[in-house]
Write a protein that binds this ligand. Structure first.
Ligand SMILES: [Zn+2]
Length: 180
């Protein structure tokens, strides 16, 4: 499977498993000095691998790339260990972190994976200028950055691992929701 096909596959899986609505979220995959990212307005149900956008790591993101392309770019620049980023609107995670400053899983696996995760404030009015640094700072020491009322960014060495962290976060939030 080509890297582009992998990116489309994992973006579709986020939608199919209820982590995104039809057109929310985004994903990218880093190459040497560039990255491939989903386009702005991409719809996971119908997306194919010819509809992705190529961006240089050190230049203004290509026209048509996801609005979050600058966030992905900043993460790749600040965190060279990460090769893949996925963003989703995990419903239970969002609902459980509307107020608290930290998210603490109560299940064994969530504790093991994450311990505690901080919740980043969402600067809705200046999202594209303020949030790249906030999110990339969180992802330097954690695979997960939770943005209050918005969603979750996951970064890892591979798309599969980024997908796993997003799913694990949502699973822990779901368990905590059920237990409360
Ligand atoms: Zn989003």
């Amino acid at each position: 499977m080509s890297p582009q096909d992998q990116l489309v596959l994992f973006y579709k899986l986020l939608r199919q498993h209820g982590l995104n609505d039809s057109h929310s979220g985004n994903g990218s995959l880093k190459h040497d000095s560039s990255f491939t990212i989903t386009k702005t307005g991409a719809g996971a149900d119908l997306l194919n691998s010819s509809e992705l956008s190529e961006c240089d790591l050190n230049q203004i993101p290509s026209k048509g790339a996801s609005l979050d392309a600058g966030i992905h770019q900043t993460i790749y620049q600040a965190c060279p260990q990460h090769n893949a980023i996925l963003h989703a609107h995990n419903p239970h995670t969002i609902a459980l972190t509307l107020k608290d400053k930290m998210f603490s899983p109560v299940d064994f696996e969530g504790k093991l994976y994450f311990g505690e995760l901080s919740v980043i404030e969402c600067d809705a009015d200046n999202y594209l200028t303020t949030m790249p640094n906030r999110i990339s700072s969180a992802l330097q020491n954690s695979p997960i950055a939770i943005v209050r009322s918005h969603g979750v960014y996951s970064a890892a060495e591979s798309l599969e691992l980024a997908y796993k962290w997003l799913c694990s976060t949502e699973q822990s939030a779901k368990i905590k929701w059920l237990a409360s």
